[in-house]
Design a protein around this ligand. Structure first.
Ligand code: G3I
Length: 429
């Protein structure tokens, strides 16, 4: 694990904010990832003044440029215990790749300064690592995992099994042989590669991602995996989930294995199914924690919803990991599809408070030895998958929803201060 001491010097040239530009952090039609049926209270602005920071970081803004702070801390070093503070990154030839984007080296600097763990937002999914039955392609992932290793960071692997159709390898969709053996070979091949070539770097995996579908009769998403390896009896979880976790456990008993899903805090149906999966796997000793994606909004879900969901996993003795946090400043699924709010100091102050409160619930609810980590889903607002996701959501056409911790020009947002304040136990106003 990364030691909390390594930041030496940091400087980046402030460039002019291209606030609403960018695209590319797109989705795969997985529209439900962020949605929740219900809505929250009014998003009208009130709230506190943006000057109420509890640290000495200074803030600057203008009508032309970003609302930014100059942090006097490295985020990962503010944690009360040494849990991973992560960020999902683009790599290879993704737009916003930390290796090929025009500001790649500045991106790397910010990531190295503030985070201790990386998740690949895209390039470690099934089709990229295992395109044909007898071929594993690790070049792009190796570049990313190697970058993490050489900068003292760990990697949370994402994801060994996921239904997202265009990222399921073609050979799996039409597989004629022993599907369980094939799936075992997939998981084993991927986990073993990183265990062997980067010992101690890929410390955890989302073994199965998003297996819940509350619209399905038994609550489990239909996919090629489900179809080939369904539950063996009523009340059981699908067999493919067990096969994948068992293979991962057998291959590397030293890493943490997570079941990861979205909308599993306020949505009691989805939470119950998530917990049922965790419990079944825990009964076999083949799971270490539950991942809560947390693609959330300013007022929804409630802090109590988070607390309740985290607590239930804590009570099972498993780890809790916030795996994909972003906080859009507007919720397109709210009744009436609200207009895009003005992104001003009041709004950034509200967002700072929200990030702080979410981080505070996490550290207040989850005991040290059960903290799997706290990861945001992207570095800069303009690279967020929500740029595309919300462009058409619910008839809305939002040019930006500013969901992350850094502005498009890589300057830190007040939200970053909010997370640090929570980690340092300083309160959230
Ligand atoms: O890399 C290509 C690039 O070369 C090309 O120019 C561009 C043109 O569209 O596409 C780029 O690939 C995109 C990739 O993201 C990188 O930006 C894919 O089209 C796009 O489908 C892919 O979307 C990712 C999506 O998962 C599907 O894998 C998003 O970045 C990623 O944020 C999103 O992440 C998911 C989690 O895995 C699971 N939970 C929900 C979350 C949000 O949907």
């Amino acid at each position: 694990m990364r030691m909390q001491l390594q930041w030496l010097t940091f400087a980046f040239a402030a460039t002019v904010l291209t606030a609403c530009g960018g695209s590319s952090g797109s989705d795969d039609g997985n529209a439900s990832s962020s949605s929740s049926s219900s809505s929250s209270s009014s998003s009208s602005s009130s709230s506190s003044s943006s000057s109420s920071s509890s640290s000495s970081s200074s803030m600057s803004s203008s009508s032309e440029g970003p609302i930014a702070i100059e942090p006097d801390f490295d985020l990962y070093a503010t944690t009360p215990s040494d849990f991973p503070v992560g960020v999902a990154v683009s790599a290879a030839n993704d737009g916003y790749s930390i290796f090929t984007h025009s500001d790649a080296s500045q991106r790397q600097d910010v990531i190295i300064r503030h985070f201790s763990q990386l998740t690949a937002g895209n390039i470690m999914k099934m089709s990229y690592l295992h395109p044909t039955e007898n071929t594993f392609t690790f070049g792009d992932a190796d570049e990313l995992v190697g970058f993490a290793a050489s900068n003292g960071m760990t990697v949370h692997g994402h994801a060994l099994v996921w239904h997202s159709d265009y990222q399921v390898p073609g050979f799996m969709k039409s597989y004629q042989g022993d599907f369980a053996a094939m799936l075992t070979n997939h998981v084993t091949g991927v986990v073993d590669h990183f265990k062997t070539d980067y010992p101690g770097v890929v410390t955890s995996w989302d073994v199965v991602n998003e297996a819940v579908d509350q619209g399905a009769a038994d609550g489990f998403r239909r996919s090629v995996f489900y179809n080939e390896l369904p539950p063996v009896a009523d009340g059981e979880i699908p067999e493919y989930i067990k096969v994948a976790f068992q293979a991962a456990r057998d291959t590397d008993p030293s890493i943490d294995l997570y079941y990861n899903d979205y909308d599993n805090t306020a949505n009691s149906t989805r939470l119950a199914k998530t917990l049922a999966i965790a419990e079944a796997l825990d009964n076999q000793g083949i799971i270490d924690g539950v991942g809560f994606q947390m693609h959330i909004y300013m007022d929804y879900p409630s802090l109590n919803d988070f607390k309740n969901a985290f607590q239930q996993v804590v009570d099972m003795g498993l780890k809790v990991k916030v795996t994909e946090l972003d906080i859009a400043v507007v919720n397109p699924y709210e009744a009436g599809t609200p207009a895009l709010p003005e992104y001003d100091e009041q709004l950034t102050a509200r967002q700072k408070k929200r990030f702080c409160e979410v981080a505070k619930v996490y550290v207040d609810t989850v005991p040290e030895n059960q903290r799997g980590g706290f990861t945001v889903w992207g570095l800069t607002d303009d690279e967020s998958w929500l740029m595309d996701q919300f462009a058409n959501a619910a008839g809305a056409d939002y040019e930006d929803v500013w969901p992350l911790l850094f502005n498009a020009d890589l300057s830190a947002k007040p939200a970053l201060q909010g997370v640090a304040d929570a980690f340092r136990g300083q309160g959230c106003d």
